[in-house]
Design a protein around this ligand. Structure first.
Ligand code: FAD
Length: 380
């Protein structure tokens, strides 16, 4: 009988859970021993961070225990990885233990780094994690009008669509609550265009204008001046605010730097062809943790997790064709007023622009259920 191979996945977020479940789906316990190591046993569906601040979603629907999300037969170890030896596949844990994996998948996502921005702490709000989204709910509840500035202090951030979503949902929330005439919304996005399809940018710019949202594409915020209530943009302009929603800079994890496998920002350097690390074809980095930084999204993480899982299955168990790394599901974005749009952002696709509709709103609104029950489960 073949000896069971050990696969260790570092990171208990979207990419790690998807990879573990997909591997379990296509192997028996005797063929692969699969372990996820993670330090966050409560998995938050981040897209709901756009809805929680407005009271449109109860956070209890957006969080599930990791143990519940992992398919039966995947081991879960709550611990933190401090370092790995990428030449000998050894993982060193905070608890003092060390583990060796025949295969290692690094899926440790981003960390936020607000301390890099002068004036940020204590002044700026955001919705990129559960705690901050819930805190923002308290500010929005008592908001009585003024200038809301929505922007980013990082050039490359998770799902930049969420900045647009937040602006649109805020606009319809203000209209519903009789505050629209008392409020100016200013949206600054770090990239000039959201998509490689120029028609998407054209359509979005038109929608923002028609909804009265001032739009400044290609601006990254460099500092916050709490005394004068203004932020400095990379375009040299100062932007006033009474409520500041500012996504903090993103960085990779410290353990990756300490392990000598990361770039200067902490992202694990991978071979873009197969996501392997340091030329070691048994160690891979997927999702937001790697340095590809193309589209930091669960959709991209899903494509990469499926690809690496299929690669490992084809090398160990067999019977599964290597999958492509491309997106398998569309990206959705809310546009307020119970509408949304969806798109596949693949280079070379025909230019289509966006089609705002109610059907995509229903899919986006219920997406946490689909995510928890199907996408994370490794079924598609
Ligand atoms: C507001 C918002 C809206 C979004 N909307 C969408 C959307 O609509 N569609 C979409 O596709 N994407 C969306 N995204 C992006 C998507 O959520 C992320 O790209 C996705 O979560 C990345 O998954 P990941 O597994 O790479 O990282 P994460 O989900 O961040 O998981 C990383 C995990 O690793 C753990 N970890 C880190 N370091 C260690 C360590 N040293 N030891 C052990 N464990 C460690 C962390 O605790 C964490 O649990 C959104 C993101 C935000 C913030």
């Amino acid at each position: 009988m073949a000896v069971s191979k050990k696969v260790i996945i570092i990171g208990d977020g979207a990419a790690g859970i998807m990879a573990a479940n997909k591997l379990r789906f296509h192997s028996t316990d005797k063929e692969l021993e699969i372990t996820v190591i993670g330090n966050n046993p409560r998995h938050f569906y981040k897209p709901d961070g756009v809805l929680i601040p407005f009271g449109y979603k109860n956070y209890r629907k957006s969080v599930k225990p990791v143990n519940f999300l992992l398919n039966y037969g995947v081991n879960y170890l709550k611990d933190e990885v401090l370092r790995i030896n990428a030449d000998e596949n050894i993982i060193f844990l905070k608890s003092g233990k060390s583990l060796i994996g025949d295969y290692i998948i690094i899926a440790t996502g981003d960390r936020y780094s607000p301390e890099e921005i002068p004036g940020y702490e204590g002044e700026a709000r955001h919705f990129f994690d559960l705690q901050r989204a819930m805190e923002l709910r308290e500010y929005i509840k008592t908001f009585q009008g003024g200038q809301v500035f929505i922007g980013s202090a990082g050039e490359v951030i998770q799902y930049p669509e969420s900045l647009y979503e937040f602006a649109f949902v805020l606009e319809s929330y203000l209209a519903e609550n009789g505050l629209k005439d008392k409020t100016t919304i200013v949206l600054a996005t770090p990239s000039k265009e959201l998509s490689s399809d120029p028609a998407v940018h054209r359509d979005l710019s038109g929608m923002l204008e028609s909804r009265g949202i001032q739009f400044h594409p290609g601006v990254v915020i460099k500092s916050v001046d709490p005394k004068n209530k203004e932020v400095a943009g990379s375009d040299g302009a100062m932007y006033k605010y009474s409520l500041l929603i500012l996504v903090p800079p993103h960085r990779g994890q410290k353990f990756a730097i300490d392990s000598g496998i990361a770039d200067e920002k902490g992202y694990v350097v991978v071979d873009p062809k197969d996501l392997s690390v340091k030329g070691n074809r048994t160690i891979f980095a997927i999702g937001d943790a790697n340095n590809l930084g193309l589209g930091k999204s669960a959709v991209a993480a899903h494509g990469q997790a499926s690809f690496v899982a299929s690669l490992i299955i084809s090398k160990t168990v067999g019977g599964l064709k290597e999958e492509k790394m491309t997106a398998k599901v569309p990206e959705f974005a809310l546009t307020g007023n119970d509408t949304a749009f969806s798109f596949y952002d693949a280079p070379g696709r025909a230019s289509r622009g966006i089609n705002v509709n109610k059907g995509d709103f229903m899919l986006r609104w219920t997406s946490a259920d689909t995510y928890f029950s199907t996408i994370l489960r490794g079924m598609i």
